[in-house]
Design a binder for this molecule. Structure first.
Ligand code: ADP
Ligand code: MG
Length: 376
C-alpha cells in the first residue's frame, strides 16, 4: 500500500495520493512529433504516488520499484543526478516549485521499459499530484506538456506528447484521439466490451531505450525529409504528393515519410471504423500499421513480428507493435474467447524461436490520472 510505503520512508502520513495510468497506442506510431494523429488508450496498470510537504528545502523521492531513495535540493537548478529520479525531479523542476521540499513515494504496476509508458505514468502521477497539492492550477494539457518537456529536456528522450495526454485524459471504455497539430483531444467510445473484444498485450520483455539514439534518428530523418520538401512537418504531405517527391529524398527518408503519411491516414480510418463498429476494418488497419513500421519505419524486432504473426494465426482481428519500437510490447485485438488460443500460440512460437518468455495479458481502456485514497 502506497500510504505505508510513504510512512516507512518519511515517518509521517502523506497529504495526498494520486495515480496515473500507462497506455497502449492502438494506432498512430511516431506520428505525434510529426504533428499527425494518434489513438492511444489508458490502461488499468498505473503508477500510484503519495506526496507530502517537508520543512526542509529538499526533495526526497522513493520508488518501491527500484527500492531507492533519492534526495535533491529545492529549488532544482541543474540536475546532477542520473537514472530514474530524473523523471519526477524533471517534472518538479518544470513545475517551477520554489524552495518547498516535497516527499514523494512511488509504486507502479506498469511494466517498466515495456512500451506501455511507465515513464508518462510516473511523470503524470507526480505532476498531477503536486499540481493539486500545491494548488498550481495547471490545466491537464498544460501538465501534459510540462511532463513531456521533463522527458525531452531533463531525461533526454525525444518523445512526443501522446503518452502524457493519454495518461491524463483517458476514460473507461474510450480511446483518446489526438490531433497533435491543433492539440484537439477527442474521446472515442471503443465499444470493445459490448462487441466481446479485448486488447491483449504481448510484452516481449526485450526492453527498448528511447534515449539511446534510434528513436532520435527516426525523428531526425522525418524532420530532414520535411525540410527538404519545404514543408513544416510530414503532416502536410498526403498520399498523392508522396510519389512526386521521391526524387527529392534519400531512399531512407522516403520510406520514413511514407510511413508517416500512410499512418496518419490509417488513424483517421481507424477512428471512423470504430465509430461505425467496423472492428474487422479496425483490425486490418492495425496490421497494416505494423507492416509499415516493420518495412518503412524499420522499428520492429523479430520478437514483435513473431507476436503479431502468431496473434493473427490465432484469430486476432489485427495486431501490431505499440510504442516507440526496438522492443517492448505488441498488441492484438481479439475476441475474448480466443485469448487462451492466442496465449498458447504466442508462447509456443517464442519458445521455438528461442526468445524470452513473453508476458501476455488483456488490458481494458481505463480512466486517466486522478486522486485516490491511500489504501489503493
Ligand atoms: P516505458 O515508458 O515504455 O516504460 P521508458 O524507457 O520510456 O519506457 O521509461 C522507463 C524508465 O522510466 C525507467 O527506465 C525508469 O527510469 C523510469 N521509471 C518508470 N516508472 C518507474 C518507477 N515506478 N520507478 C522508478 N523508475 C521508473
Ligand atoms: Mg516511455
Amino acid at each position: 500500500m502506497i500510504a505505508e510505503i510513504f510512512e516507512q520512508n518519511f515517518q509521517k502520513p502523506a497529504e495526498i495520493f494520486w495515480q496515473a495510468p500507462g497506455r497502449v497506442n492502438l494506432i498512430g506510431e511516431h506520428t505525434d512529433y510529426n504533428q499527425g494523429f494518434v489513438l492511444p488508450m489508458a490502461i488499468e496498470k498505473r503508477t500510484v504516488v503519495a506526496i507530502g510537504r517537508n520543512e526542509r528545502s529538499i526533495h526526497r523521492i522513493y520508488s518501491a520499484n527500484t527500492e531507492e531513495l533519492i534526495e535533491h535540493p529545492a529549488p532544482i537548478g541543474n540536475l546532477e543526478i542520473s537514472g530514474w529520479a530524473r523523471y519526477p525531479l524533471g517534472v518538479l523542476k518544470l513545475l517551477e516549485i520554489s524552495d518547498q521540499g516535497l516527499d514523494i513515494a512511488i509504486s507502479s504496476d506498469v511494466p517498466i521499459g515495456g512500451g506501455l509508458s511507465s515513464s508518462a505514468a510516473l511523470e503524470c502521477s507526480v505532476g498531477a499530484g503536486v499540481n493539486k497539492l500545491l494548488e498550481l492550477d495547471n490545466e491537464k494539457l498544460e501538465l501534459a506538456k510540462i511532463c513531456q518537456r521533463a522527458e525531452n529536456e531533463v531525461v533526454g528522450a525525444p518523445t512526443g506528447n501522446m503518452d502524457q495526454i493519454a495518461s491524463l485524459f483517458g476514460k473507461a471504455d474510450n480511446a483518446v484521439f489526438i490531433d497533435c497539430r491543433s492539440e484537439e483531444i477527442q474521446l472515442v467510445d471503443l465499444g470493445f466490451e459490448k462487441a466481446g473484444l479485448e486488447i491483449v498485450v504481448i510484452d516481449t520483455r526485450t526492453s527498448h531505450k528511447l534515449d539511446d539514439g534510434d528513436y532520435g534518428n527516426r525523428r531526425d530523418e522525418c524532420y530532414s525529409a520535411a525540410d527538404k520538401l519545404g514543408i513544416h512537418s510530414l503532416r502536410d504531405l498526403n498520399e498523392q504528393h508522396l510519389e512526386g517527391v521521391q526524387s527529392q529524398l534519400t531512399a531512407t527518408e522516403f520510406k520514413r515519410a511514407r510511413h508517416i503519411v500512410t499512418e496518419n491516414q490509417r488513424v483517421l480510418k481507424a477512428v471512423q471504423a470504430v465509430r461505425e463498429q467496423e472492428y474487422f476494418t479496425f483490425g486490418k488497419l492495425m496490421t497494416e500499421s505494423h507492416s509499415s513500421m516493420r518495412d518503412d519505419f524499420e522499428i520492429s524486432t523479430a520478437e514483435l513480428d513473431q507476436a503479431v504473426e502468431a496473434s493473427l494465426q490465432s484469430g486476432a482481428l489485427g495486431a501490431r507493435m505499440t510504442g516507440g519500437g526496438f522492443g517492448g510490447s505488441g498488441i492484438a485485438l481479439i475476441e475474448s474467447q480466443n485469448i487462451p488460443q492466442l496465449t498458447d500460440s504466442v508462447l509456443e512460437a517464442f519458445k521455438q524461436r528461442g526468445f524470452k518468455t513473453p508476458e501476455i495479458f488483456a488490458v481494458k481502456p481505463s480512466c486517466g490520472a486522478r486522486e485516490i485514497k491511500g489504501t489503493n
